[in-house]
Write a protein that binds this ligand. Sequence first.
Ligand SMILES: [Zn+2]
Ligand SMILES: [Zn+2]
Length: 286
Amino acid sequence: MTETPETTREHSAGQPPRQPKPPQPTATNGGFALAESSVEDVFDSSYREKDGPKPPVRLVWRNIVLMILLHSGAVYGAVLIPDHRVHHKYSETDADPHNALRGFFFSHIGWLLVRKHPDVLEKGRKLELSDLRADPVVMFQRRHYKMSVLLICFLVPMLVPWYLWGESLTVGYFLPGLLRYTVTLNSTWLVNSAAHMWGNRPYDQTINPRENRFVAFSAVGEGFHNYHHTFPFDYSTSEYGHKLNLTTAFIDLMFRLGLASDRKKVSQATIRARAQRTGEASNKSG
Ligand SMILES: [Zn+2]
Ligand SMILES: [Zn+2]
């Protein structure tokens, strides 16, 4: 898929970087909506970290045990969207749930094993989440999350090879079940760790998130992270359509089947203007 600049509206090239943008009404054209964020995922530059010593790290043993058992993703997943919004809004600060300035381990998995920083809780409580509560699909998933994870993440991968080609249930449980889940979880977490540390910043060099092709590959698209944090409302999380981005291909397929609509996309002109204004001069993404 290629970009469709004619169907998108530009952000003003003269606008200063990292300014929160007010929600805008959206209009659609050929399945693409205007590229404005209607949710709280735009960086808030007015937040200041508090002075003084940081609160002590408090381990949450229940989470540590659950993580060891690889069930934490299932338990934790239901509340990941608010965390993601706080991450975008207060990136690389105390109010960022997986603040990458606290190191690779913390941003990768450590943040799931300790009590949240008080600022994460405080800012999280102030988030506007009514759009999620009004979404019947999101609420259905939230209501049936544990059961659907058990079914789709463990039972189906275990039973399919057993039923179709006589694999043992033990192999089905440990390889397509647990091993695949472990690899998938760690690939996803690389977005919060590696993609905030290694790679170039062609769109905004004032922020930490980077373009990381390895993470883009392993997380099926989410590794174009400098782009994603610069334009968080772009459904594709990338300038380059389907390249290393199976997630975009999936959303586009759903659109063709009539199951998705209002794909928000940033125009090429806006991307180039922003890259020239705030990006690293010599870098090319992807
Ligand atoms: Zn994101
Ligand atoms: Zn990020």
